[in-house]
Design a protein around this ligand. Structure first.
Ligand SMILES: *[C@@H]1O[C@H](CO)[C@@H](O)[C@H](O)[C@H]1NC(C)=O
Ligand SMILES: *[C@@H]1O[C@H](CO)[C@@H](O)[C@H](O)[C@H]1NC(C)=O
Ligand SMILES: *[C@@H]1O[C@H](CO)[C@@H](O)[C@H](O)[C@H]1NC(C)=O
Ligand SMILES: *[C@@H]1O[C@H](CO)[C@@H](O)[C@H](O)[C@H]1NC(C)=O
Ligand SMILES: *[C@@H]1O[C@H](CO)[C@@H](O)[C@H](O)[C@H]1NC(C)=O
Ligand SMILES: *[C@@H]1O[C@H](CO)[C@@H](O)[C@H](O)[C@H]1NC(C)=O
Length: 758
């Protein structure tokens, strides 16, 4: 109660002050005291202030959860003398709706900590929990008990959740069951479910909520996690089964993610920081998962503040999202206009559609996530705007059946936060197939951890080529952008530095010439920071057996770099995380999945996809004070190749006219200034991955080997001149070598990669 005494003293002072200004100020705290609890005011006793009651765990404020101070100085709802405000014990919905079984103990009402047990009549079997406890959030523990006997129906008895009634008792194909909630409960989830051919019910089990029922952060992370993962994985071919059916089909699409955070007066300053952190957590989780959606992020009250504009992603000029979020400060805004949020999103979607064209837009998926206290009081109901959004994505369906196939293209999630939630208005705004889309949170505080828990790092551990696509100010930002990057350092009388790439937990791929004859594993160290020490010891290394730098000395080629690849085995496997992860390499099953190719596709098809154009844009890294930077180059393939490789004859130490004696088919050629001005490799870039990003995954296609000129000894991003050329070993030409080691099944030393048969 300490809190309220404090406020009432302050209130008296404020009243004096504002009366002088001619402002109404009659909201007083005398009439709104709560027995057994506490309250706080968002804006003292000023008009627009929200009074929020708070009771201890297992209790909830009654009759009102909150009260708003209206401009004319009255509380809404008004306190009633005969119904004093108090903390009431939490009640759970009636479990005695069980059919074909007994609930004990039989009670009229069930309160927090009350236990119940369930038994089925003979001939019936129990599914679900046999005992349940009423939890402080107003829900029963465990899952709905169902007593059923085998009727030969197509679908299993869907049960009746506590507090609900169901119509429909036949569970054949296309049969429908309908739910409603009794008394003062309201329904969250699917009101209607249809038995499908595959034996599954559409939608999800509904639940009956009281005004005081909320979802715990564990529930949110589990349910939101599984639903959002659905969205995330439909745009990448993960082989996953859910509810017994495989729902993963390789898809080619873009995910547009729209996030709106309510910062109206009834949300406190600290909540905004919490919300910002939660959004940041969500974004970094999503990017670690494997997809990099386009983001629109807005904060709203009566007006919309756009923090990240989704159109920037289409212009290729999106900046650091996380910085932008950090930079946002709450302004002076009042009121809550939820409609303007959806209007903003609708408009942005329209602009995206114009930008990419009707056909491409069909392949776009949209996820809208709205955090709100739901007490909107301006702008009218968003229902019709949401309908327009649905029409746009569902492509103006004329019937329910028509929209079905496009249902997965739109998800609208609503996180209703705080006490003053208007569920009746908010819940219908959700959209999407599969899991839960409406969440009712007590407060925003734990949302960051909630999002942290939604995506389990374990699930994506193996995936190659995943990376964060944007730079951040974090210390390890570069490592997250290039989580496969490793430095190769040789320390003996002839010290050298090269770059390498992590291709599995145990192996670094680099150039053979980085490891000279006479070097021993103990001379080599790998730098990659997996949180277990930055410097890694080397167990052994293998150069390509055909690599022989002096092989063509008699043909007047002083140094011959064919087959310039090597694999370095670490003493201990690295710890995989967002900042340490392997790159994809050609002709593996993983790369096939990353490229979204069909299971019976070949190695050749991977090559055709990655090195298809006569000028293929590729990238490699160079050490800079910035840790590393990217170098952009164009591999000259097809008819462009001859003109590129001929410059090799001008390199020092080459005294022949036979180009095939210098540059074999195993090399990719980059450099020069036409038609694009390429960057050129510097001393120290050797061994690095020449890579290409495809559908947000990084695939290494070559290893930096040698160049015709030394334009830079100190490293850095340097442009090519007209005749300077670089040569890189094409990994598609050395697959047997990679496979012989990385794909070796006949050893217990490390987990092998799976290579394609052909
Ligand atoms: C009200 O909330 C605060 C923290 O938000 C808590 O410390 C306090 O114990 C609560 N009061 C009651 C009666 O539960
Ligand atoms: C105060 O304003 C509210 C809404 O604006 C209205 O419903 C209520 O009747 C008013 N009360 C008084 C005493 O004027
Ligand atoms: C159920 O909870 C209420 C309130 O705490 C308590 O009075 C009652 O004894 C409990 N009933 C049982 C069977 O435990
Ligand atoms: C997906 O998994 C199923 C069952 O494990 C398997 O039969 C199928 O071949 C897999 N599909 C792909 C594309 O890996
Ligand atoms: C994906 O879609 C883009 C255009 O939207 C198209 O150019 C590309 O070829 C598609 N890729 C696959 C693998 O279907
Ligand atoms: C490299 O090639 C030269 C010339 O053919 C040969 O003499 C030498 O033995 C080779 N070295 C290795 C290690 O195979």
């Amino acid at each position: 109660m300490g809190f309220s005494v404090h406020w009432s003293r302050l209130a008296a002072l404020l009243c004096l002050l504002c009366m002088g200004g001619g402002v109404w100020c009659d909201c007083t705290v005398a009439s709104v005291q709560i027995e057994g609890g506490d309250y706080k005011l968002t804006k003292k006793l000023e008009p627009g202030s929200l009074l929020i009651y708070n009771c201890s765990k297992g209790f909830y404020p009654y009759p009102a959860l909150t009260r708003l101070c209206q401009p004319n100085g009255t509380w809404k709802p008004a306190p009633k003398r005969f119904q004093p405000q108090r903390c009431r014990i939490v009640e759970c919905p009636d479990p005695n709706v069980l059919e074909n079984g007994d609930v004990s103990p039989p009670q009229e009402r069930y309160f927090v900590d009350n236990e119940t047990s369930y038994e089925c009549y003979s001939g019936y079997t129990l599914r679900g929990s046999s005992t349940r406890v009423c939890l402080p959030n107003g829900k029963w523990s465990g899952s709905t008990p169902i007593c059923s006997h085998d009727t030969g129906d197509n679908c299993a008895d869907p049960g009746i959740p506590p507090g609900a009634s169901r119509t429909g008792n036949i569970f054949g194909i296309d049969d429908t069951v309908e739910y409603s909630c009794n008394n003062n409960l309201f329904l969250v989830g699917s009101r209607e479910r249809v038995c499908q051919e595959n034996g599954q019910w559409t939608g999800r089990e509904p639940a009956c909520y009281y005004k005081h029922t909320y979802d715990t952060s564990l529930e949110v992370s589990k349910e939101f996690g599984s639903t959002i993962k659905n969205t995330l994985t439909t745009i990448q071919p993960v082989n996953d089964t859910q509810e017994g059916r495989t729902i993963r089909i390789p898809k080619n699409g873009t995910l547009n993610m729209f996030i709106a955070v309510d910062i109206s007066e009834s949300i406190e300053e600290k909540d905004i920081q919490d919300a910002k952190n939660a959004v940041k957590q969500l974004i970094s989780k999503i990017s670690s998962f494997s997809v990099n959606p386009n983001y629109e992020i807005i904060f709203f009250s009566s007006v919309v503040v756009e923090v990240v504009n989704i159109l920037d992603f289409f212009d290729g000029k999106q900046e650091n999202i996380l910085n932008k979020l950090d930079g946002f400060e709450k302004g002076d805004a009042s009121g809550t206009n939820l409609n303007i949020v959806f209007e903003t999103f609708l408009e942005q979607m329209g602009l995206i559609k114009r930008r990419v064209g009707e056909e491409a837009f069909k392949e776009h998926r949209h996820a809208i996530i709205v955090f709100t206290d739901g007490a909107y009081n301006m702008g009218g109901s968003p229902a019709s705007t949401v309908k327009q959004i649905k029409n746009m994505v569902y492509m103006n369906p004329t019937s329910e059946e028509e929209k079905q196939p496009r249902g997965e293209y739109l998800d609208i999630y609503v996180f209703a936060i705080g006490a003053e939630i208007d569920d009746g208005e908010l819940q219908p705004l959700t959209a999407g197939t599969g899991g839960k889309h409406y969440f009712r949170l007590e407060d925003i505080e734990n949302l960051q951890e909630t999002f942290d828990a939604i995506i389990d790092e374990e699930e994506v551990k193996g995936l190659c080529g995943l990376h964060v696509e944007y730079d951040t100010t974090e210390r390890d930002a570069k490592q997250k952008m290039y989580p496969w990057m490793a430095f190769v350092v040789i320390q003996n009388e002839d010290p050298r530095k090269c770059i390498g790439s992590l291709v599995s937990r145990e192996f670094i791929l680099t150039a053979a010439h980085c490891l000279k004859f006479g070097d021993l594993p103990e001379h080599v160290r790998i730098e990659i920071d997996d949180g277990q020490g930055r410097v890694k010891k080397v167990k052994t290394f293998m150069r390509h057996p055909k690599y022989n730098v002096t092989a063509k000395v008699d043909k007047k080629v002083k140094e011959f770099y064919d087959y310039d690849v090597a694999l370095i085995q670490l003493e201990k496997p690295v710890q995989i995380s967002t900042s340490v992860r392997p790159i994809c390499i050609p002709c593996t099953v993983e790369t096939r999945n990353a490229l979204q190719l069909v299971p019976d596709s070949t190695c050749k098809q991977q090559e055709q996809l990655l090195l298809k154009d006569h000028l293929e844009r590729l990238t490699f890294l160079t050490r800079t004070e910035n840790i590393v930077d990217e170098k952009d180059v164009h591999a000259k393939l097809g008819t462009n190749r001859a003109g590129c490789i001929k410059h090799a004859l001008q390199a020092p130490g080459i005294d022949t006219d036979v180009i095939t004696d210098v540059v074999t088919d195993n090399f990719l050629c980059t450099g020069g200034r036409t038609p694009f001005r390429d960057h050129i490799a510097c001393t120290g870039d050797s061994g690095g991955a020449v890579f290409k990003n495809y559908e947000h995954r990084t695939i290494q296609v070559a290893v930096v080997s040698w160049g015709t000129k030394t334009l830079c000894r100190t490293g850095g991003v340097v442009e090519s001149d007209d005749t300077s050329r670089d040569f890189h070993i094409n990994l598609f030409r050395v697959v047997p070598f990679l496979k012989s080691i990385l794909g070796n099944n006949d050893q217990d030393d490390y987990a092998p990669l799976t290579f394609l048969e052909s």
